[in-house]
Design a protein around this ligand. Structure first.
Ligand SMILES: *[C@@H]1O[C@H](CO)[C@@H](O)[C@H](O)[C@H]1NC(C)=O
Ligand SMILES: *[C@@H]1O[C@H](CO)[C@@H](O)[C@H](O)[C@H]1NC(C)=O
Ligand SMILES: *[C@@H]1O[C@H](CO)[C@@H](O)[C@H](O)[C@H]1NC(C)=O
Ligand SMILES: *[C@@H]1O[C@H](CO)[C@@H](O)[C@H](O)[C@H]1NC(C)=O
Ligand SMILES: *[C@@H]1O[C@H](CO)[C@@H](O)[C@H](O)[C@H]1NC(C)=O
Ligand SMILES: *[C@@H]1O[C@H](CO)[C@@H](O)[C@H](O)[C@H]1NC(C)=O
Ligand SMILES: *[C@@H]1O[C@H](CO)[C@@H](O)[C@H](O)[C@H]1NC(C)=O
Length: 361
């Protein structure tokens, strides 16, 4: 089967690269004010699109872009390798995408998108912001049978940034991710946020392996984002040699400009983790809500993660409320209620407001 190399422009001449207006839900380009570079493959207002290729490769030749970005020689935000906007009924399958200048595959405000049997590769170090797939303000999306190993988040579900995302009001919802293997040595296998100002709900992650990574799955947000992350479930997640397994971070304070409203606090709730396994994990759980952004109704059911660091506080919670059911290893933090397999309350949380944090990591 022939590999097809699609290289459309000489990247050294980025002054000839098309510029696009900023995304409305971000206000600016993600890295610079004003317009942003376009993508190698860009589409908008489309219907019934298939991108496929007998596992042929689309190579973004990101090396020049990463180098210029690091040397601060770029005047505009880098473009994703593939960006599809305001479109529906999209299938992307049987293809390899590699070395994107920036995020690799960016469906923006789309409906009914299937990404199946796609391989996404970038160097795991020194390939800045090469996220694999960024579902952004998208509805009804399926990502399955993929392999992703990149220099930033493997998958990052988003929905706009602070006041711009709040005004655009387009959530990401009904997103299923299954049978996916991810590697992310600098960020996380699967993230939600940090740009989630239009809201994120109805995300199901099943049969996913994150290996040799810094973090397994992460939800990240901050005051100013507004929006919500709710109705999120993870089933059968395997963490194979990761530093921190499950992370919730509520102080990811990167803002587009000074115009954000610090009182716009996101809501985080109804998040469940079922059948979490793993080995070689340093900190299996680190969920840090805050007084302003508590994390409510979190459920852990059956978890067994082999740890590499036998200190206390390897299951960390702060401002997290919820329950544990079944066998949980390592021992859960005290501020979760304990239920038995029949879902009868066994033990009420000792101190609902207590924090159980160790900042040493
Ligand atoms: C994935 O793509 C490869 C290469 O095109 C193909 O051989 C394989 O059958 C596909 N697998 C699935 C599950 O579609
Ligand atoms: C697709 O190609 C990549 C390399 O370009 C390879 O690593 C991967 O195994 C291939 N996938 C399939 C399903 O053939
Ligand atoms: C960036 O802007 C500077 C100053 O305006 C200009 O000299 C330089 O050519 C620009 N670089 C690119 C790649 O457009
Ligand atoms: C979603 O897209 C697929 C592929 O284009 C199409 O076959 C299917 O009918 C669409 N589903 C809905 C509900 O529109
Ligand atoms: C992807 O490959 C599988 C297995 O060869 C095939 O069944 C499927 O139709 C292909 N998808 C597309 C969109 O060509
Ligand atoms: C859990 O996920 C793994 C890897 O994705 C898969 O091999 C296994 O069959 C799944 N287990 C169940 C019970 O579905
Ligand atoms: C807690 O979250 C679960 C989903 O994880 C949901 O089914 C349940 O209704 C929620 N409970 C409350 C009291 O909202």
């Amino acid at each position: 089967m022939a590999e097809c190399w699609l290289i459309l422009l000489i990247l050294q001449d980025e002054k000839y690269w098309p510029l696009m207006p900023p995304l409305p839900s971000y206000g600016y380009g993600r890295e610079h004010i004003g317009p942003r570079y376009g993508s190698l493959i860009h589409g908008q207002n489309l219907r019934d699109v298939v991108i496929t290729g007998h596992n042929g490769t689309i190579n973004g030749q990101g090396q020049t872009w990463w180098k210029k970005y690091r040397q601060k020689l770029l005047n505009h935000t880098r473009g994703p390798l593939v960006q599809i906007m305001w479109s529906r009924d999209i299938v992307i399958s049987n293809i390899t995408l590699r070395d994107s200048p920036f995020w690799t595959l960016h469906p923006y405000d789309c409906k009914n998108v299937t990404i199946r049997n796609v391989t996404i590769l970038a160097p795991v170090h020194d390939a800045p912001n090469t996220d694999g797939i960024d579902p952004d303000s998208c509805e009804d999306m399926l990502i399955e049978d993929c392999y992703i190993s990149v220099g930033d988040d493997g998958i990052a579900i988003k929905s706009g940034w602070d006041q711009y995302g709040i005004a655009y009001r387009q959530p990401s919802k009904n997103i299923r991710i299954r049978n996916v293997v991810l590697q992310s040595m600098v960020s996380a296998g699967i993230s939600i946020g940090s740009e989630m100002s239009g809201g994120v709900s109805g995300v199901t992650v099943e049969n996913v392996v994150v290996w040799n990574s810094r973090r397994g799955v992460r939800i990240k947000t901050a005051p100013g984002r507004g929006g919500y992350v709710q109705d999120i479930s993870y089933h059968n997640l395997t963490l194979d040699v990761v530093r921190v397994g499950i992370v919730i971070k509520t102080d990811y304070n990167e803002h587009p400009d000074e115009g954000y409203d610090p009182k716009a606090v996101p809501v985080l709730k109804d998040i469940s983790f079922t059948s979490i396994h793993g080995q070689g994990v340093r900190v299996p759980v680190r969920m840090h809500g805050s007084e302003e952004i508590p994390v409510r109704n979190v459920t852990f059911r059956d978890m067994s993660v082999g740890i590499t660091y036998k200190k206390k506080h390897i299951f960390q919670c702060a401002f997290v409320y919820g329950r544990v059911i079944g066998t949980i290893f390592p021992a859960p933090c005290d501020n979760l209620d304990r239920y038995d397999e029949q879902e009868r309350l066994v033990k009420r949380s000792a101190a609902q407001n207590a924090t159980d944090i160790d900042y040493d990591f």
